[in-house]
Structures are given as structure tokens and as C-alpha cells.
Design a binder for this molecule. Sequence first.
Ligand SMILES: NC(=O)C1=CN([C@@H]2O[C@H](COP(=O)(O)OP(=O)(O)OC[C@H]3O[C@@H](n4cnc5c(N)ncnc54)[C@H](O)[C@@H]3O)[C@@H](O)[C@H]2O)[C@@H](O)CC1
Ligand SMILES: [K+]
Length: 562
Amino acid sequence: MRFAYTPQQIRDAERPLLEAGEPLMARAAFALYQHVVRALRSRVERGGRVVVLVGPGNNGGDALFAAALLAKRPIEVTVVLLGERVHEVGLSAVRSSQARIVSCSSTEITDDLVAFIRSADTLVDGLLGIGAVGAPRGNAGKLLRRLALNTPRASGAHQTGSVARTINIDRIDESDRPTVIAVDVPSGVNCATGQVQDRNSILAADLTVTFGALKVGLVAAPGCFYAGTIETVDIGLELLGPTSISGMGDGAGTDRLVGNEIPIRELEASDFRSDPLLRELVERPAPDAHKYTRGVAAVLSGTARFPGAGVLATSAALHSGLGMIRYLGAAAVAERVTAAMPEIVTVPGRVQAWTVGSGYEPGDATRRAVLEVLGQPEAAVIDAGAIASLTYEDTTSLHARHILTPHAGELAVLLTRLGTPASRTDVEDNLLSVTRTAHELTGATIVAKGPATVIAGRNGTYIQNDGTPRLATAGSGDVLAGILVAAAARVVAEVEQTSGGDVSANDHIDWAKIAAAGVMLHGLAGRLAAGELLGDSGSRPFSASQVALAVPGVHAYLAGDR
Ligand SMILES: NC(=O)C1=CN([C@@H]2O[C@H](COP(=O)(O)OP(=O)(O)OC[C@H]3O[C@@H](n4cnc5c(N)ncnc54)[C@H](O)[C@@H]3O)[C@@H](O)[C@H]2O)[C@@H](O)CC1
Ligand SMILES: [K+]
């Protein structure tokens, strides 16, 4: 499990250490210096030119102390001061070093200066850190716009995520741009939310050296796309860890426990071995297992018009290793489903989780289907047309065991219906906060699909950034619904055994965690289908059907087989 914190949480953790006189900035600057040297040496064997951009606050202070250390080596170091004021002690350290100082606070940002900065081997971004408010203003903002180094590395692919995926900075050989190293966070990213207010005044990093812990802006979209590889440096901060969190979040009576108290979480591969409930998702069944202890899921997806959604959701559930899958949707789709997968049962019966809505169009018939599912005591995944069919009154019957999987457009419609009007763009630009709002207004577990999916539920918020842009393909959402319903059924089956069949036990499950696990399985299945988890660079195109077929391989991967 990884944790990401808001600026306020970081400041609260820093305060006692600063009061005790701990040299936090010296630690941060030394680690930054080491990373800059490493990046520079992977680009030029000796010498080399480093430009350090310095803003008005302590972020600039880190950069100044690192610059003073760099200037002790045979490296050409130029410090560009962009604030009206800068960290005084850091500046005197630079003044007594070999580094060159250019002050921009009074001078114009000339074409020559912009060209000079762009021609550096390594560019250190110490403009704005966790103290930034709004889009970069003043000279910092002007310079960022003029530099135009605002395209995320690897053409938009994000480099954070639960399973290691790093840019190999040894291999970056574009001579037309420097290797950019962000100090703590890329300037222009809102650390608390991941928002980017002005996409022209941001400096896209190849590497972010962040201090103490991850910041929310480094894991939430769109900020996460600008961070490059993230290195977290331990400067001695004591932040909320997994043990204290499980006490807060995993039991009953924690309704509405969202907001700043619990850090944002991200599941990692190791959680599928250490967390007892997640382990159940991928482990081999117990020797005495039977169909109902392994889990039974029901699929209500696909229509005569969109039959594929039913086939894909069913296939994904089937390949997730349950005891049984019932297909209970349209007769025309059932024929195709059973032709493709003879294991599928088409008669109703005992079920532990439902999925409804993939491939359904919004309307009365869909609404009747979703209300029927919501009337059951079991868990349910509510997808696509089923979300859009819910009226304001219908949403009052939602609980945490209901997992809604909207994309940005569907989330905008839902929020508007709930009385908080939002456009698709509002949702895309503020995915984290609007997803939490949707959870707070409905009580349901919300899985807001995107390149960095946000999962907001009763026990907190997760962001999963595991997939590949290749998952943006037709049918991908249907596969996700199938994976999620399988995870839900599996967990309910497990909990039933310990609760003696008491269905109310379902309501105490940490559904956000289970949904996050499903999202992660889906993301990794995409990467496996692309060839990425098997060691190549992920260059294989794939279809949604192949993502469903890749699920067993991901189970093996997470269970530790490879
Ligand atoms: N407190 C400490 O001792 C430590 C701080 N550290 C560093 O300090 C950073 C936080 O320092 P600060 O709190 O000084 O904050 P920042 O350095 O992020 O910047 C705050 C300054 O920027 C200005 N500013 C805010 N928003 C702006 C905008 N949109 N455009 C232009 N200027 C803007 C403010 O007026 C203020 O002067 C961290 O990110 C980290 O890099 C680390 O050295 C660890 C220890
Ligand atoms: K920065």
C-alpha cells in the first residue's frame, strides 16, 4: 500500500521535527543533489551544465542548497532566481560557491535566457512546492510559459503506479530538451488535488524527487502525468502508516470517513499477499472449497443492440476464478454467451454479487433492472446505462456495497442529478474531489474511471494508476465490471463463511479496497495483454476480449508465481 498526503498533512508531520531543530531542508537538498548528479552522469560522462530554477519559498531553498553542493564538483551550475525574494541562507550558500547567479526578479525574461535554460543538460525545478496556490504567477509563470516544456514524458504515459514502471533516464537522449528534475513536485501541479490550472505554465518532469512521502498531486490525474519517475526521499517524517489506518477505516461505524483524515491510498502488488481479504482474490481455493465458497456472480449486461457487453463482462467474471457465473440478461445475449462459454449458467438461483448495466441504454427497462438489483441484499456493480437510469430518489437506496463505475461523462450526469451540476470537463479536471462528492452524496462506492482511476468509499479513497493507455478501447469497461463483480462475489463468499451466512456482514466490508483491487487487476490485465508485465515494453495492441483472457495471468503474477 502506498499513501499520498495533502500539503497540510505534510506540514503537520514536519512541524514537530522543525521545532526540534531537525535539519529537514539539508536532508532534502542532499538527496536532491545526489539525484541530480546521477541524472547528469547518465547523460554526460563528465562536466555538464545544470540550470537550477529558484522560486520564492522553501522549495527554492532546497534547490539553492543542492546547487551549492553541485557547484563543488566540476559541473557548470547556473542558478536562476525568479522570486521577488528567495531563501536567504540558501542564497548565501550559493554565493560562496562557484555557481553563476542570474536574477530574473527585475530583468525581462529574454529569448537568450529561455534558450540557455532549454539547452541545459539537467534542469532543476525549484520554483514551487507544496506552498503553491493557484497557477504559477509572476516571473515563474512567465518563464514556464516561455520554456514550453509542458508535454508529459513518454507521450502522455504516466509513470507512477502500483507495479514498478519507470522511465529509464539513462536512455533519454533527446538533445532538444534537458532532463527535468522536479523538486518535491512539478511546479504548476496542485499538490492537494492533482489539478493543473494552466497546462501552459507547468514544467513536465522526467524525475520528481519528493520529500518525506508522496503528495496527492503526484498520484491524482492530471498532475501524475507530469511527475515522471518518482523518488521518495526519507527525511524523517512520521506519517500515518498502515497500522494506524486499519484501525480507522476497516470496521463498521466509519460511515462518511472521507476527507483529509485518511491519506489517499494506492494498492500495490504486495498487498495481494499481505492483506487477508485481497489474498483471497488471487489465492488457490481451499481443499474443501465448493461453488458457493468460491463465489457466485450474476451478470445482467448486454442487449440485442450491444450483445458484446454481456459476453465481455461474463468472460471477465469467468476468468476471475469463481465457483459459478449466472448470465441473467436478455435471452438473445444468453445464447451467444453460452455458445462462447458453455460453463455459464442461465437459470436464476443463489448469488453473492450482481453486475448490471454494461451495454444497457438508459431508460425505464434499465431502471427496472437496476432497482431490482438494488433491492437485493447482495453486493452489486452498477455500470453504464444503469448509472444513468438512476433518479435522485433511486440514489437513496444506494449503500457502500453498491459499486458504481461511471466514466467522466456518466459521473457528470450523476452529479448533476444529485444537485451539484458538473460538466464532463469539470469532472476530468477535478476527478478526485468530484468522486468523493459523489460518494458523500450517495453512500455508494464510486469508481471514477480514467487513466488514474479514483475509488471513493466509506473507508477512504484510493487512486489506482496501473493500466496502460491501450485500455482505452471498446469493451474495456464491460471487462472491468466483470472483474469487479467477481471480486465482490469472492469476498462475500469468504465473509459469509465467517459470519455464518449473515448478509448484513456485507455492509462491513471495505468496499473501496475491494473495488480498488478490481481496478488494479483490470489495469494489470491490460498491461499483461500488451506484453508489458512480461518484460517487453508493452507495444502489443490488444482487444477487450484479450484483457478478460489475461486475468488468470494477473492472478498468477499477484499470487507470486512470477
Ligand atoms: N519546511 C521545511 O523546512 C521543509 C520544506 N521543504 C520544501 O519546502 C517546500 C514548501 O515550502 P514553502 O511552504 O515555502 O512553499 P513553496 O516553496 O512551495 O512556495 C511558497 C511561496 O511561493 C509563493 N507562491 C505561492 N503560490 C504561487 C503561485 N501560484 N505563483 C507564484 N508564486 C506562488 C508564495 O508567495 C510563497 O512565497 C516543499 O515543497 C519542499 O520542497 C523541504 O525542504 C523539507 C523541509
Ligand atoms: K518544484
